[in-house]
Design a protein around this ligand. Structure first.
Ligand code: F6P
Length: 466
C-alpha cells in the first residue's frame, strides 16, 4: 500500500480526538488512514511566529507523524483571515455581499501556498499518494508539480463550489482553476458542486468535459472530478454515546427542560449557518402559536469561530440581539424559550444533548455537507427518534431527504417555512418519526468517514497520475 501524505490548513494530532464538530470525525478518519498507509500529515501548527528559518515541527504520536509549520502574523492575516476566510469562504457560500477582493491578501495566499510546497516537498517519496484538503490550498497541487512532484495528487473541497456566474466575480478565477487541473482527482461533497465545477471548466476554460465520468481534459492533462459525500465516524460516535459523560449530558438536558420538548442547533458561529434566520423562524413560530411557547425550549450551541474576521464579529452581535429580543418578549419567571451558549462541548456531551432533543434544527443558508445533521440522527433512540429539520441548501439534504421522507426540509430564508416545520415536528406521530429515521440511518451508518477516506484513496491510487 502506498504511503499517504495529507496536507491541510489545520492538522489534528491523534490526541485531539473527541473535539466537538466535524473535525473530530475527520481527524479521526484521516489519522486512521495514515496509520494504515503510513505517512505524514502536514499543515499549519495554528501558531503565530516570525520564524525566518521556516522550521518544520515533526511529531510522532499513536503511529502518525505530523509535520507542521508556524505562520507569521502577516501570513495569518493575509492568507487565513484574508483570502481564505474573507474572499473564498463567503464567495463559495454564495455570499457576494460579504466577499472582499484585496490584491494583497491574494498575494499572501499564494505566498503561503508556495511556502507549504517548499516545506512539504522534501518529505514526499516517489510513490506517496498526496491528498490536499480544502479552499485554503486550491493551488497547492500546481505548486508541487512546479517542484517536480510527479506523484498522484488528489484534492478534496469540504465546502460548496459556487455556480459559474458567481465564481467569475473572483479576480484571476481562471488562473486559480487552471492550477486545480494539476490534480489527478478532485473531490466534492455532492454532485451539485461537482456539476458547477465541470460547468466552469467547459464554459470558461473551454476544457473537454465528460459529464458522466467527470473527466476533464485540458492542455494535455487529465483530471477527474467526483462526488464523495463525507460521513461521520459512526463507531467512534456510538462509543462516545455509550459513555457516562453522554448519559450525564442527556440527563442534564432532560431534567432542565422537564415537560417541554428540547430543540437543538449546534454550529460554529458562522454566517453560512443561518443562525439569525433560524432565530427569526423560531420567533415566527412563537408569534403564530403563542399557546405553544411552553411546549418548546430551543438550545443553540454556537462556539465562536474566526474571531479576527469582521463579518464573524457582526454575526455574533446580530444573533445575541435577536435571541435577546425573543427571550425578552417571551420569557416567564420559570421559562426562557431560547438558550444560547457560546462554547463548544465534547462529542460525548453532544451525543447526550442530541439524544435528549426531540428536534434537531439544522438550517444553514449554504453548506458543503453538514455533519451535525448526521450526528443528530445517529444519536437518536431507534424506538422513539426525534425529528431532523434540515435546510435544503445543505449538502446533507441530498442524502437525507428522499421522496418526502427522511429529514423535514426547509428553506432557511423563510421564517414561515421554519415555523411550519417546527409545528410539524412537534406534532409528528411516532410511526412517522420512525419511518423518517429508518430512511436516514442506513446511509449515515454505512457512508461513514472511513468509507469516504477509503473511496477517495482507492480512486486516487487508480488514476493514471503525474
Ligand atoms: O469545513 C470547512 C472548515 O474550514 C474546516 O476545514 C475547518 O475545520 C472548519 O471549517 C473550521 O474552520 P477553521 O479551521 O477556520 O477554524
Amino acid at each position: 500500500m502506498e504511503r499517504l501524505v495529507v496536507i491541510s490548513n489545520r492538522v489534528a494530532v491523534p490526541k485531539a480526538r473527541g473535539v466537538a464538530g466535524a473535525q473530530g470525525g475527520l481527524s479521526g478518519a484521516l489519522n486512521a488512514a495514515l496509520k494504515d498507509h503510513g505517512g505524514i500529515w502536514f499543515g499549519w501548527s495554528g501558531q503565530e511566529s516570525e520564524d525566518p528559518e521556516g522550521n518544520i515541527h515533526l511529531q510522532r504520536s499513536d503511529g502518525v507523524t505530523t509535520a507542521t509549520i508556524d505562520l507569521s502574523a502577516r501570513d495569518i492575516e493575509e492568507y487565513y483571515n484574508g483570502y481564505a476566510n474573507s474572499t473564498l469562504w463567503p464567495l463559495f457560500h454564495y455570499r457576494l455581499d460579504l466577499t472582499r477582493y484585496e490584491r494583497e491578501t491574494g498575494k499572501g495566499y499564494e505566498r503561503v501556498n508556495e511556502r507549504f510546497a517548499d516545506c512539504v516537498s522534501p518529505l514526499i517519496e516517489p510513490d506517496d499518494l498526496i491528498w490536499v484538503h480544502d479552499y485554503h490550498l486550491l493551488p497547492l497541487g500546481e505548486r508541487l508539480r512546479a517542484r517536480g512532484i510527479a506523484n498522484r495528487i488528489g484534492f478534496f473541497l469540504h465546502i460548496p463550489w459556487p455556480p459559474t456566474r458567481l465564481f467569475v466575480s473572483l479576480p484571476f478565477h481562471e488562473r486559480l482553476v487552471r492550477t486545480m487541473l494539476e490534480y489527478d482527482l478532485i473531490g466534492f461533497q455532492t454532485d451539485e458542486w461537482r456539476e458547477s465545477f465541470l460547468h466552469y471548466c467547459r464554459k470558461e476554460l473551454g476544457a473537454e468535459v465528460e459529464e458522466a465520468t467527470g473527466t476533464i481534459r485540458f492542455e494535455g492533462r487529465t483530471a477527474i472530478a467526483r462526488a464523495y459525500p463525507i460521513g461521520i465516524d459512526w463507531d467512534h460516535f456510538q462509543a462516545q454515546g455509550a459513555s457516562e459523560e453522554a448519559r450525564h449530558a442527556e440527563q442534564r438536558l432532560l431534567s432542565s427542560t422537564r415537560d417541554r420538548s428540547a430543540m437543538i442547533g449546534v454550529d460554529r458561529l458562522d454566517y453560512s449557518k443561518g443562525l439569525p434566520e433560524r432565530i427569526d423562524g423560531i420567533g415566527r413560530f412563537f408569534d403564530q402559536h403563542p399557546d405553544r411557547v411552553r411546549d418548546l425550549v430551543f438550545i443553540q450551541i454556537a462556539p465562536p469561530s474566526r474571531e479576527d474576521v469582521e463579518s464573524y464579529q457582526d454575526i455574533r452581535m446580530t444573533l445575541e440581539q435577536k435571541a435577546g429580543q425573543i427571550n425578552g418578549a417571551r420569557s416567564e419567571v420559570d421559562l426562557v424559550p431560547i438558550r444560547y451558549v457560546n462554547r463548544g462541548y465534547s462529542h460525548a456531551e453532544l451525543y447526550g444533548f442530541f439524544r435528549a432533543a426531540k428536534i434537531g434544527l439544522v438550517t444553514p443558508l449554504r453548506d458543503g455537507m453538514n455533519l451535525v445533521a448526521k450526528e443528530y440522527v445517529a444519536a437518536q433512540d431507534r424506538d422513539d427518534p426525534g425529528v431532523l429539520i434540515l435546510s435544503r441548501f445543505a449538502g446533507a439534504a441530498q442524502q437525507l431527504a428522499v421522496d418526502d421522507t427522511g429529514a423535514v426540509l426547509v428553506n432557511p430564508y423563510s421564517p414561515d417555512d421554519i415555523s411550519h416545520a417546527i409545528r410539524v415536528a412537534l406534532d409528528m406521530p411516532l410511526a412517522e418519526r420512525r419511518a423518517r429515521y429508518e430512511t436516514m440511518i442506513g446511509t449515515i451508518r454505512d457512508d461513514n468517514v472511513q468509507t469516504w477516506t477509503r473511496r477517495f484513496c482507492d480512486d486516487l491510487a487508480a488514476t493514471a497520475g503525474g
